[in-house]
Design a protein around this ligand. Structure first.
Ligand code: ADP
Ligand code: MG
Length: 419
């Protein structure tokens, strides 16, 4: 059909018929504006097309909503299961260690409360926005604190300065850095070879990205680490809990149970110590990350999983025109995660990323993660996974500040990750 703007003489029939002007939002009948605004004319035929378009959009939306609800139902099942388990566990929980953790969280808040100029109202705003420790204030760009807490720029600047000076953030000797790095804690992956690739397990204080095609073991490694992080330090754990942000709906408590049993651990306790959040879209994913900040001390979280990092972004930002915004949003999200490891150096963040198959690469491995350079520059350690024979998988160290570019072979079994 012809567009109104393609017509040159009045209405659809070219007879000077009045029309509704989309620019002026009213009818034009005659005069100068009548001719000039023909390009904004909306005729009955146009309206019909718009109506049809919006109808088909509505249908698309409906099916999307249906899918989301299906996902919701699934997730509700898991939550109910976990809730029931939690109730059962209420009795045998380790109340002593819980108390220590709560005291720790309180101490952080107390320190914020003592900053100059922090009254009840300011404190409330800071905590609500997730800034409940000196570290979180010192390491976050003031603009972000301002935006999220609603505090003024002068107050924010003062708080950041005071937090930095209390934490003695500034230059230190390389010897001090070495003293710190020597004692860095690590989580075992369950496979000696894979641990060796990481220089003795996955270290805390950094973001690790596992990327690869589907079924290469990204989600399995994430599950295994949620179990292993709970082990005592002498067994390769961090004596801490895990927080799992699932964007794809692939978290399975069943696998956690199998993996716990493989290590002779009480699976009820292991499940109880994994905090689970299903992110339904990219905004929700970002929000969950921000909420995590407040839980880390309170729940003794030592491991955060985001599986997968950019799936939502990829499906929500479609088309070339949205690329810049998408990359910028992923970048901010990734920096939120990186900042968490600055604020909590005893924390380990794992993100997964499905590789984009590059149509122009026929040979070799498409070692380009979805999200492109943004993710590559943001994550501190990047490991590429690919399939081997049967249950075997190969991990390749792609990028790490201090590790060689080696490879490791590991297996995915019913009991989890092993050599
Ligand atoms: P992705 O990289 O897409 O996240 P996953 O981590 O989910 O892939 O890995 C899926 C693979 O894990 C399966 O193809 C299978 O080889 C293995 N796997 C999953 N569950 C089990 C199990 N219960 N026993 C043995 N292997 C399993
Ligand atoms: Mg997966």
């Amino acid at each position: 059909m012809a567009k109104a703007s393609e017509m040159n003489n009045g209405g659809p029939s070219g007879n000077g018929e009045p029309y509704f002007c989309k620019e002026c939002k009213r009818n034009h009948t005659k005069g100068k504006i009548y001719k000039e605004h023909l390009k904004f004319a909306q005729f009955e035929t146009d309206k019909k097309e718009i109506e049809e378009e919006s109808e088909s959009n509505e249908k698309e939306l409906e099916s999307e909503v249906e899918e989301i609800f299906e996902g919701l139902e699934e997730e509700e099942d898991i939550t109910i299961e976990l809730d029931e388990m939690e109730e059962e566990l209420e009795l045998d929980s380790d109340s002593d260690s819980d108390e220590v953790i709560i005291n720790d969280a309180n101490a952080c808040v107390e320190a914020v409360k003592k900053l100059p100029g922090v009254g009840e109202a300011t404190l409330k705003k800071l905590i609500k926005a997730g800034f409940s420790s000196l570290e979180s204030i010192a390491y976050t760009p003031p603009k972000i604190i301002q935006n999220e807490s609603g505090l003024g720029d002068k107050t924010t600047a003062k708080l950041v300065k005071a937090s930095m000076s209390q934490l003695k953030i500034g230059f230190k000797s390389a010897e001090d850095v070495w003293a710190y790095r020597k004692n860095i804690s690590r989580i075992t992956t369950g496979s000696q070879e894979l641990d060796d690739l990481f220089g003795g397990g996955i270290e805390t204080g950094c973001v690790v990205e596992f990327f690869g095609e589907f079924r290469t073991g990204k989600t399995q490694i994430a599950h295994q680490l949620c179990v292993n992080v709970q082990l005592p330090e002498e067994d390769g754990g961090l004596n801490g809990n895990a927080l799992y942000i699932d964007t794809e709906g692939t978290f399975r408590p069943e696998r956690i149970i199998q993996m716990s049993e493989g290590l002779d651990l009480d699976h009820k306790k292991i499940l109880k110590n994994i905090i689970f959040g299903r992110a339904y879209n990219s905004d929700h994913q970002i929000l969950l990350t921000k909420e995590a900040t407040n839980l880390i001390k309170e729940k003794n979280i030592k491991l955060i999983i985001v599986d997968s990092l950019i799936g939502h972004f990829r499906s929500e930002y479609v088309g070339r025109g949205t690329l810049a915004v998408r990359q910028q949003t992923i970048n901010t999200h990734l920096h939120d995660l990186l900042r968490l490891t600055d604020i909590f150096p005893e924390l380990c963040v794992i993100v997964t990323n499905q590789v984009q198959s590059k149509p122009d690469v026929f040979y070799g491995n498409p070692t380009v993660a979805a999200g492109g350079n943004i993710v590559a520059h943001g994550s501190t350690i990047r490991v590429y996974l690919r399939k081997g024979k049967g249950e075997q998988r190969v991990a390749k160290m792609i990028d790490a500040p201090h590790l060689p570019e080696g490879e490791a072979v590991f297996s995915i079994t019913e009991n989890g990750i092993t050599d």
